[in-house]
Design a protein. Structure first.
Length: 278
């Protein structure tokens, strides 16, 4: 029999738990004496067996559909991420998991590889994940979506302006203020959409260091495979090319890590930070 490792002995003596329980047990055990929830957002099997998923506490016992709908209702962030010809499933999974953590609007997987969902830890279930045969098709789809949102925002601004005019004629100052605020919000959204950009993340001559780059609020971030980087077509279609500053001997860092760094850079510039995690 081997003697216990000194590190194991010291860890046990420290009083720190060797395993922290994740999640909650069955409803009756976790909430003794409380009535069982009947709201359809709750999953009956999770209520019976407990919820050990990697979700925030406010989503305990919720169905996947209810969680996804709530994330949509709360409002996802205005950046989207796309990976071109990634072949390592765990890298794709890591990127999807990070996109979930940072509330990316959408995740796009470009190329023929059939991702087997490894590495995402089921977080893809709460995301909007789209597959595209080529980078050209993705960028065209993204531009069309932006154009549609601009048209919708202009229609919203026009309708609000009409109602504001009617309120002014009636002398209804409260309604006038409300409709004017709607016009202002729609016009602000239009301005953001009109400067939306496709951003290629790659280390090539002429690229801008990410640490000095101001991300537009609405953007599509493109990430290439480790080693070869993005295709010539992706670089051609991008509005800007941005790289992550590195100081070691390697040309590139892990693709999943690079995606996480870039997403967090957007978060640092645009996200509303509300304090401790819920």
């Amino acid at each position: 029999m081997h003697a216990p490792h000194p590190i194991d002995v010291a860890a046990k003596a420290s009083g720190e738990p060797t395993f922290r329980e994740i999640g909650v047990g069955p409803w009756e055990q976790a909430h003794p004496g409380e009535p069982r929830p009947t709201d359809p957002k709750y999953d009956s099997q999770l209520l019976d067996e407990g919820d050990r998923r990697n979700v925030l506490d406010r989503y305990r016992y919720w169905t996947v559909a209810a969680i996804k709908a709530d994330l949509d209702a709360r409002g996802r962030h205005d950046f989207e991420v796309a990976v071109e010809n990634w072949t390592h499933d765990f890298n794709i999974g890591s990127m999807v998991r990070t996109a979930n953590a940072f509330q990316a609007r959408r995740v796009h997987i470009v190329g023929p590889h059939k991702w087997n969902r490894k590495g995402a830890l089921m977080t893809e279930l709460y995301q909007h994940v789209e597959n595209h045969p080529s980078i050209a098709e993705l960028v065209d789809c993204w531009h069309n979506r932006i154009a549609g949102e601009i048209a919708a925002a202009r229609a919203e601004a026009g309708a609000a302006a009409f109602h504001a005019h009617q309120a002014a004629q009636r002398g209804d100052t409260q309604a006038l203020a409300a409709h004017t605020a709607q016009v202002d919000a729609a016009e602000a959204r239009i301005r953001e959409l009109e400067v939306a950009r496709v951003i290629a993340m790659d280390i090539i001559p002429g690229a801008v260091p990410m640490e000095r780059y101001v991300f537009p609020k609405r953007c599509l971030l493109l990430f290439g495979a480790e080693g070869p980087g993005l295709s010539d077509k992706a670089l051609e279609l991008a509005d800007d090319v941005v790289y992550i500053s590195q100081f070691g001997s390697v040309r590139s860092i892990n693709a999943g890590a690079a995606a996480a760094v870039a997403m967090h850079s957007w978060i640092a510039q645009h996200a509303v930070i509300g304090g401790v995690a819920e």
